[in-house]
Write a protein of this length. Sequence first.
Length: 287
Amino acid sequence: MQKRAALVLFVLASSVNVAAGQEQQPPAGWTPGPVTANLGTLATISVPEGYMFLDRSATRAFLEQNQNIPDGDELGTLLRVRPNDDYWFAVFSYSDTGHIDNSDRSSLDPDGLMETMREGNRLGNEQRKQRGWSELTLIGWHQPPYYDEATDNLTWATQLSSDGAPVINHSVRLLGRTGLMSAQLVADVNGIDDATAEFNDALRGYSFNGGQRYAEFRQGDKMAGYGLAALIAGGAAASAVKTGVFKKIWKFLVLGVAALIGALKKLFGRGGSTSEPARAAGQGDAS
């Protein structure tokens, strides 16, 4: 409740500043595009104009404000606000899993994987209850998983429901030399097609740093010990391969309070575009 109250206060402060003719400055850790943002020391992403990049600390606060559970692996968030009061965000997080075997790319079992994901959803709801948050229901696939051999990216999408409102999680796993970058897109179902198209365009600006790409694997590198199916079923399944127990609950993300949209739009200026002074202040690398 305190975090939601703080968010409402931020919205009110934004409204007062705009009414007084003052420009609202982004919160700490929020950088408007265009900018090249660092995702830890492993990768970068080009953030276009009309987008915001949230660094690691800002990402954690943003997730909690939206009633999502951070797991400590998050490196940043790409956030898009549109002129029609719609927005989506994508959270990037990295796991030092070791090199992941992709030999099961043509034998993935969507039905079996969904069963495992539902168990992760059940365990996740136990944590949500402890925090006093609404339960999140995993409905099923919005897009079954597929592997792109040209980019070594694994993609799928799930449909969920929170307080009766449908939400789509579009998931991309970017395989690296000795680890995994996860990009989790969250959008309202009514705007998922446009959001997915914009997100895919933005991912063209993503790249692992030299020496960290999947194709740069060398004999002797750390191995994950599991394949693509475990990534889809979740961190829980990946841990189960190693230990036989669910150590890490796969997280599904949801869109938060509607009041956030008004605050976000103030940061972009009129028409959903970043204002010139804010853009100049955000030039350079963001971490």
